[in-house]
Design a protein around this ligand. Structure first.
Ligand code: NCD
Length: 353
């Protein structure tokens, strides 16, 4: 996707903007960062996601009343399959409508030079919720700041949900990842969780590491497996350790795989490398293959936010890995829709489901 012609930089307001803590009440709140969440908020959301999943399975028609009359705008300035479609599907299954710029954001006024804050406010005039994915860190903070200003002026307030801001965060992915871990393991207590791959540019692992810390479970070990050049940012390591999680950093998964309960694999984020040769040097460092997975415990789970490329080996390797019952990335993907449904109901209606 080509770069928008407009002013790319995020304003100083974005950097000063603090999204509101959820504090047990999601209604009307922007979802910008996992920093807004505590254990209680996750418990509320996961209860709602579990209930919604059950209601979908039983074809409960009442679901389509939950967001009837509400409009979600899908504003994606970066490629997406799962985040975009699961949000759209979530909104439609709740009876809401979805709008987007006809023919995609490449035909939005940002390509005439409009800045993000104006585009956000235009969208805010028409929608109840905006899901934004944008290549710049801070873009979702910019959206929160300017929507708060707009909301004082218009009849119908709008919330922003981040669908990923560059190499910053991907809060809703972390929510669905945590939901999946609970779904499979029932508790975080005593788990050893390995995050593997591009921990520098991977926004999903930034959000997930912090969210694991905020849950405040007992005796959690976090293994950060990456080459030094793609290590997890130091501030996130520090935050996680301060929350009592035992953090181990290594560049060799074989050291820890036999003791790992959750293996979270990630793609090397090719599009984030300024230098193609740096990517080429590193891209084959971590490849999950059937023989590597064979070293993991029988009750381990293998997760991946997807999309995957060669970091899960060849197409033939994919087929073998996919057939392994420890691979739960398809369930993880489906959970994304349930969790996003729960989130939409909570921010738009605030009701119990
Ligand atoms: C991730 C993302 O966009 O950050 N994908 C997703 O939302 N499921 C991971 C990636 O692109 O590697």
């Amino acid at each position: 996707m080509s770069e928008p012609a407009g002013e790319l930089s995020i304003s100083q307001h974005a950097f000063a903007y603090q999204p509101p803590p959820i504090d047990g009440d999601f209604f009307g709140k922007h979802i910008i960062s996992v920093d807004q969440f505590q254990r209680r908020d996750l418990d509320i959301l996961f209860q709602a996601a579990t209930s919604i999943r059950k209601r979908i399975r039983t074809q409960d028609r009442g679901l389509t009343e939950l967001c009837a009359g509400k409009v979600m705008a899908s504003l994606f300035f970066e490629a997406s399959t799962r985040t975009d479609m699961s949000f759209q599907a979530a909104m439609r299954r709740l009876g809401g409508d979805v709008i987007a710029v006809s023919n995609g954001v490449r035909f939005s006024s940002m390509y005439k030079g409009e800045n993000l804050s104006d585009t956000i406010r235009a969208t805010g005039c028409y929608a109840d919720v905006i899901v934004l994915r944008h290549p710049e860190i801070g873009s979702s903070y910019e959206a929160g700041y300017y929507l708060d200003l707009l909301n004082q002026r218009i009849d119908n307030p709008t919330v922003a949900i981040s669908g990923g801001d560059g190499i910053g965060e991907h809060p809703t992915q972390a929510l669905l990842d945590m939901f999946t871990i609970f779904d499979q393991k029932k508790s975080l207590d005593g788990l050893t969780i390995a995050l593997v791959g591009d921990l520098k540019h991977g926004r999903t692992v930034h959000s997930l590491a912090k969210l694991l810390a905020y849950y405040d479970a007992d005796d959690v070990r976090l293994c950060l497996v990456a080459p030094q050049s793609l290590a997890m940012p130091a501030d996130i390591c520090k935050l996680v350790a301060e929350h009592g999680i035992h953090v181990q950093q290594t560049d060799d998964l074989r050291e820890i795989i036999a003791q790992t309960d959750v293996i979270y694999w990630t793609r090397i984020q090719e599009e984030r490398f300024a230098d193609e040769s740096a990517y080429s040097r590193i891209k084959d460092r971590f490849i999950m293959t059937p023989s590597l997975l064979a070293q993991a415990p029988a009750d381990a789970i293998l997760m991946h936010p997807l999309p995957r490329k060669h970091e899960m080996g060849t197409r033939a390797d994919h087929d073998v890995l996919d057939a392994d019952r420890r691979s739960i990335y398809f369930e993880q993907m489906e959970n994304g829709m349930f969790v996003r449904m729960a989130l939409l109901v909570k921010v738009l209606r605030g009701v119990y489901v």
